[in-house]
Design a protein. Structure first.
Length: 215
């Protein structure tokens, strides 16, 4: 609890520092802090995303072998598990790895922390068409939703069927409905973070195209 209090205090102090010492508005302070953290974490995020794409391609490649194992050992759960894990190990497929765990942890720590800070701050300024950062903004909600959708479209080897698309749309829908009822300050954070995700997906597409062979 003490750590969390210190962490959220640090984030709030950082926003105040940007406003007081850099002369940034409240909105640009949010944007600046988000960009600094997201770009600092991008190497880890890219490594985790690259590993996920590599696993996805490898899973497609071994599908015939995996199906054969499931048929041959359908009545022996223990052997089925052992054979499956051995096949994964042979092809370098890891279900859970340290990079992915670290990425989820750091992204979550910042995301939840900044959400807590912005939700409890008092905002008085405006930004672009937004009359006040303290109240929700419909157009900003549309921007956030569009950026999230764009990020999904840019995913290398993206969803192959409608059911997979619908699964990926669930967090988008939840985010949009949440932002409608939240202060625009949070929407600005969300939009900035998703803009970085779009950049990350563009970089990832280049890396995947060069380094991961297609099936």
């Amino acid at each position: 609890m003490e750590f969390w209090t210190a962490w959220t205090h640090f984030l709030g102090t950082s926003l105040s520092y940007f406003s007081a010492n850099w002369g940034l508005s409240e909105a640009f302070s949010i944007i600046t802090l988000t960009l600094i953290v997201r770009f600092a974490l991008m190497p880890v995020s890219l490594a985790a995303a690259y590993k996920m794409q590599k696993n996805k391609v490898a899973m497609k490649r071994i599908k015939p072998e995996l199906d054969e194992i499931k048929i041959n050992f359908k009545d022996n759960r223990s052997e089925l598990t052992n054979k499956t894990m051995a096949l994964y190990q042979k092809h370098g497929i890891s279900i859970v790895d340290k990079v992915s765990i670290f990425n989820l942890g750091t992204q979550g720590l910042f995301g939840i922390g900044i959400f807590h800070v912005l939700k409890n701050m008092m905002f008085r300024s405006k930004f672009l068409w937004i009359a006040t950062l303290a109240k929700p903004d419909i157009l900003l909600t549309v921007v956030v939703g569009s950026l999230m959708m764009f990020g999904l479209v840019l995913m290398p080897n993206g969803p192959e069927n409608m059911s997979m698309w619908l699964v990926l749309m669930i967090p988008v829908a939840i985010s949009v409905f949440a932002i409608i009822a939240l202060p625009a300050a949070l929407g600005i954070y969300w939009a900035t973070s998703n803009a970085v995700t779009v950049v990350q997906m563009l970089i990832l597409r280049v890396i995947v195209k060069r380094q991961i062979p297609t099936i």
